[in-house]
Design a protein around this ligand. Structure first.
Ligand code: IDP
Ligand code: MG
Length: 155
């Protein structure tokens, strides 16, 4: 049977509180366990201009300056994950924006309580994912095929 390749991608970012608390591995593990493929990863000290672009839809909100300061309070880990419906499912793995409303079993549901320190970011649409990937990884991501896994997952 011919295998279908799933090329949908999302931008997932561990925020400074997640990096500081040593939760990078935990977050990676959840995406790996689910069956997604890591195609880019980098630790960044995020520049203000990049953060302002990344969060431009929220620029009018009262918490915007605090959000930018939070995101600059330490390094972040940016990642691109690929796979079947990874944008939508990635958001499910993260949990609701407000951790008090995130279900137990999700990353935010299991590890935090404060919307101002909610550990992680995940793109909210395929189109926004592609813009965010371009913003954070302007040189592109690694192309590779999981010869063993993909034949099992996707046939
Ligand atoms: P999302 O991260 O779940 O996509 P957005 O609405 O896109 O949620 O908001 C982006 C980020 O802005 C949130 O993850 C959170 O860090 C922060 N944020 C959103 N709403 C509030 C708020 O009411 N107070 C403080 N920070 C907020
Ligand atoms: Mg968002």
């Amino acid at each position: 049977m011919a295998s279908t390749e799933y090329t949908e991608r999302t931008y997932i970012m561990v925020k400074p509180d997640g990096v500081e608390r040593g939760l990078v591995g935990e977050i990676i593990k959840r995406f790996e366990n689910k069956g997604y493929q890591l195609v880019a990863i980098e630790l960044f000290k995020a520049e203000k201009t990049i953060l302002e672009e990344h969060y431009k839809d929220l620029s009018g909100r009262s918490f915007f300056p605090r959000l930018i300061a939070y995101m600059q309070s330490g390094p972040v880990v940016g990642m691109v994950w690929q796979g079947k419906e990874v944008v939508k499912t990635g958001r499910l793995l993260l949990g609701a924006t407000n951790p008090l409303e995130s279900a137990p079993g999700t990353i935010r549901g299991d590890f935090c309580v404060d919307v101002g320190q909610n550990l992680c970011h995940g793109s909210d649409s395929v189109q926004n994912a592609e813009s965010e990937i371009k913003l954070w990884f302007p040189r592109g991501v690694t192309q590779w095929k999981r010869e063993r896994l993909d034949s099992l997952l996707y046939e």
